[in-house]
Design a protein around this ligand. Structure first.
Ligand SMILES: [Zn+2]
Length: 65
C-alpha cells in the first residue's frame, strides 16, 4: 500500500479513526469473544486505530478525534 498524501481534511476536520486488530497468528472476527481469542493466541494482538485518509496510527485507548 503506497503512502498517501496527507489530506487537508485531516487538518480541517480531524482524523477519521478506524479500529484495527493486528495479529498474524489468528483471525479476529466479530463473533469471537475474548476467551476464545486468549486460548488460541500465543502473543498479544496489537490494538490500534488508523486514520482512513492519511493512515496515521494511534493507540486504541486514545480518546477524541
Ligand atoms: Zn488523518
Amino acid at each position: 500500500m503506497p503512502p498517501l498524501p496527507k489530506p487537508v481534511f485531516c487538518k480541517l476536520l480531524g482524523h477519521t479513526w478506524q479500529c484495527h486488530v493486528e495479529d498474524p497468528k489468528i483471525v479476529w472476527t466479530a463473533s469471537k469473544n475474548m476467551c476464545e481469542l486468549e486460548q488460541t493466541a500465543s502473543e498479544e494482538p496489537r490494538f490500534f486505530q488508523r486514520c482512513v485518509r492519511c493512515g496515521e496510527e494511534r493507540p486504541w485507548e486514545a480518546k477524541g478525534a
